[in-house]
Write a new protein. Structure first.
Length: 63
């Protein structure tokens, strides 16, 4: 049973998340020969102040 964790910066719509999990499920099924019922996906939304790259918070990136 594959388990996929995906961390996203907040702001994606439910429709975007639906499309993402459909495509990820399809890719996992094709890659490891399982049925969709066996693919588990965990989406985690992060606030822009909870993620940083190179010591800079995502919320401060454009400043």
């Amino acid at each position: 049973m594959p388990i996929v964790q995906i961390h996203l910066i907040e702001g994606r719509t439910v429709e975007q998340k639906r499309a993402l999990v459909r495509k990820v499920t399809d890719a996992v099924c094709e890659s490891v020969n399982v049925t969709p019922e066996h693919v588990k996906i965990i989406l985690s939304d992060m606030a822009r102040h909870d993620y940083a790259i190179g010591g800079v918070l995502k919320m401060d990136e454009s400043k």
